[in-house]
Design a protein around this ligand. Sequence first.
Ligand code: NAD
Ligand code: TYD
Length: 350
Amino acid sequence: MNKPTFLTTGGAGFIGSNFIRFMLSNYKDSIKVINLDSLTYAGNLENLSEIDHLPNYRFIKADICDEQAVDYIFLNNDIDFCVHFAAESHVDRSIKDPSVFVKTNVLGTVNLLNAAKKHWQTGTGFKSGKKFVQVSTDEVYGSLGAEGYFTEKTPLAPHSPYSASKASADMLVQSYFDTYGFPMNITRCSNNYGPFQFPEKLIPLVINNARAGKPLPVYGDGKNVRDWLYVEDHARAIDLVARKGTPGEVYNVGGHNELQNIEIVKIILDSLGSSHDLITYVEDRLGHDRRYAIDASKIKSELGWEPETSFGVGIKRTIEWYLKNNGWLKNAASGDYLKYYERMYGGTNP
Ligand code: NAD
Ligand code: TYD
């Protein structure tokens, strides 16, 4: 029997690389993983240095918007699961330059959908065992007040160019099911944290700045709430949805770990033994969503998924990882990680 083949887009980023490591350590050589990534500023092959020698793992440098490249990958590999992480993912960047978010997150997703549809369809429907998983975000639901949770039925009401581009992509993915019966799921997850997160996002940024004695920029009053999920719990959820999710369904994934930003910053400072004087309130983010919180009861009742890592355990593990991997953090913050591809692959596409 052929080994199930996972095409993972954006596998050199934070969540994608954690997903690939999780899958290869769980399933060993009983699966094949292809990592399709264009290596934007957020793509770092160093994230995969533990596994990049494995014979059942392959990296392909390509842009998800490149029709020919994506078609070629589907033509030459019997892809069973397309797990789609590749995206522009940082809200602040989307406020400065929305266009690239539309290009990658919307047009890139349509390009992948078209290739998967073309290679997976039969005369009467789709080959069995195929699945497209759109890895999305709770930010597509907009912002909550002090009460309540996002469910899968909450109407989409994105506010930032980032979340608007993800919502557009989600609706396109859903439309391929509604129109063609294309086998898909969408996962909508709350904020992830853990190893290998690019230090533009809150938690690694605070760890990095605190270590260097630099100010910690806290937007607005610091009381915006996010629902934090340890990245490995997210990887486990995506694997379950890919294999067992009912085609056409959306699954929310959340950690039930609601914290204000300022609480997170103080937890990290206390854990590092750094002074709270580093906290610097700065101008608020434009259109800053106040609160995100996920109701993850559907994925629990249908697929038996629950977060396993409490915030206390996850944040300790995360801080320890960044301290132990200071070289990674320094390379990521300075841009030196960009040299890794040249060093490892000599600029040629393997
Ligand atoms: P990331 O920014 O760390 O990584 C994105 C990866 O995609 C990078 O490796 C980058 O090189 C690649 N990429 C970008 N544009 C590409 C293109 N045109 N072609 C090929 N590759 C391209 O992002 P992340 O935090 O790992 O997020 C992964 C996915 O999960 C995204 O779709 C994001 O919307 C979603 N998500 C993230 C979070 C979070 O907390 N980080 C929460 C919920 C959902
Ligand atoms: P971020 O990690 O950018 O994730 P997202 O915007 O997708 O939720 O930000 C998490 C929260 O932290 C968000 O409310 C914005 C806030 N934040 C700061 O206060 N200071 C910062 O320097 C950053 C990057 C974020």
